[in-house]
Design a protein around this ligand. Structure first.
Ligand code: GLA
Length: 420
């Protein structure tokens, strides 16, 4: 009896070891952070095939596709159950034409198409998950022409995250169609430490909410946070991101009405500085011009999509005013000044010492910085381009002086004009 038990344990251990040893993912699929649209932030479970088709239409007609957005992603609540053979079936009322027809439609529009499932037996919306059906579901997705899978983590009590995600990664690989694998485990077991070989992006936080800040929500205490909470959880994760494997601070809330214009611009800019996936979460058919201009800002998108694939990070932290830095291809770089205060300040940045001073009504504001990363000091000279003002603002031989609005950013792109 004891030896039977032991040999069963051995078989299980060997299987798990093999599973880990052979995990493979499709390479060259997300060499820059994925860009697209997902139904969840705006529509939640109230989705149907027309909403998805109209989103695809609007992605093209609004200029989003031209700006680089390509994935149309259905989130939770498309599933109805399983057929007699266990194959996953779409809700016939919401999706009467079936999922393959939607994938075909997205492809016909020159877009890519993605879907959602969960590592547990049930999704977060209580629909059938993929637990125990991983290979069968991966085959369905491949047959339908799916290009992207977001894979959630609800109802997984007792499951090991890296094993569960490896299993689905293997299933996708076996099914043979290149599918971007988006790990949605909310950062609970530090997927940045184990998911590089398994997925193409992984969530680092709980669900973003349609607001700037939730005063009571502190990291680890509250499940869902506003823009600031998700932003602050990225610090220190920059070394884990790179071409084909990205930290994901969750989808965008630009255009959903919960942020002021300054806040929406900051949210988008900071996500670009972080080389975050840019997954719009608003109603693309009803975009106001301000939200659209933010989402399709070419210079900002170029910073996010820069092929060097480095995630930016905070190099100075003066409390309420911060400086972010992102190295770019060809020795260029992006600098972002971010004002958490709700009033404007005058900032002065000295490129030689990389030090910032700020004043309000001519009174000095800043004390010493809590962070001082010296790995980014500038050598040589750079021309400076103000991304949101869309104009050249001199070179790094002069101080940069500007007014920085409350809850707003100034983003500068520096292009090398001298050889190092
Ligand atoms: C979780 C995910 C969200 C969304 C919902 C759907 O909360 O983190 O992004 O997919 O599930 O139920």
């Amino acid at each position: 009896m004891r030896s039977t038990k032991l040999s069963i344990i051995t078989i299980v251990l060997v299987q798990v070891a093999c599973l880990n040893a052979y995990t493979q993912k499709f390479e060259n699929l997300a060499l820059t952070p994925p860009m697209g649209w997902n139904s969840w932030n705006k529509f939640g479970c109230n989705i149907n095939e027309n909403i998805i088709r109209y989103a695809a239409d609007a992605m093209v007609s609004s200029g989003m596709k031209e700006a680089g957005y390509s994935y149309i992603l259905i989130d939770d609540c498309w599933q109805a159950g399983r057929d007699s053979l266990g194959f996953i079936v779409a809700d016939p009322e919401k999706f009467p034409s079936g999922i393959k027809a939607l994938a075909d439609y997205a492809h016909y529009k020159g877009l890519k198409f993605g879907i959602y499932s969960c590592a547990g037996r049930k999704t977060c919306g209580n629909n059938p998950g993929s637990r125990g059906r991983e290979f069968q579901d991966a085959m369905s997705y491949a047959n339908w022409g799916v290009d992207y899978l977001k894979y959630d983590w609800c109802n997984t009590e007792g499951q090991n995250a890296s094993e569960s995600y490896s299993l689905m990664s293997d299933a996708l690989f076996e099914a043979g169609r290149p599918i971007v694998f988006s790990i949605c485990e909310w950062g609970l077991s530090k997927p940045w430490e184990w998911a590089t070989e398994i997925g193409h992006l992984w969530r680092t936080t709980g669900d973003i909410q349609n607001n700037w800040d939730i005063p009571d929500a502190k990291e680890g205490k509250c499940w869902a946070g506003g823009v600031l909470i998700n932003l602050d959880m990225q610090q220190g994760l920059e070394k884990y991101a790179g071409p084909g494997h990205w930290n994901d601070p969750d989808m965008l809330e630009v255009g959903n009405g919960g942020l002021t214009e300054n806040e929406a611009r900051s949210h988008f800019s900071l996500w670009c500085m972080l080389a975050a996936p840019l997954i719009a979460g608003n109603d693309l058919t009803q975009m106001d011009p301000v939200s659209k201009d933010i989402l399709i800002n070419q210079d900002m998108i170029a910073i996010d999509q820069d092929k060097l694939g480095k995630q930016g990070y905070k190099i100075k932290d003066y409390g309420e005013i911060e400086v972010y830095y992102k190295p770019l291809n060809n020795s260029n770089m992006a600098i972002c000044f971010f004002n958490r205060l709700d009033y404007p300040v005058q900032v002065e940045f000295d490129w030689t010492s990389m030090s910032l001073s700020a004043t309000r009504d001519s009174k000095p504001l800043l004390l010493g910085s809590k962070i001082d990363r010296k790995d980014n000091y500038i050598e040589g000279q750079y021309s400076v381009w103000n991304v949101w003002q869309k104009k050249s603002v001199g070179t790094t031989s002069q101080k940069f002086i500007a007014s920085l609005q409350g809850h707003d950013v100034i983003v500068l792109r520096l292009t090398s004009v001298t050889k190092k």
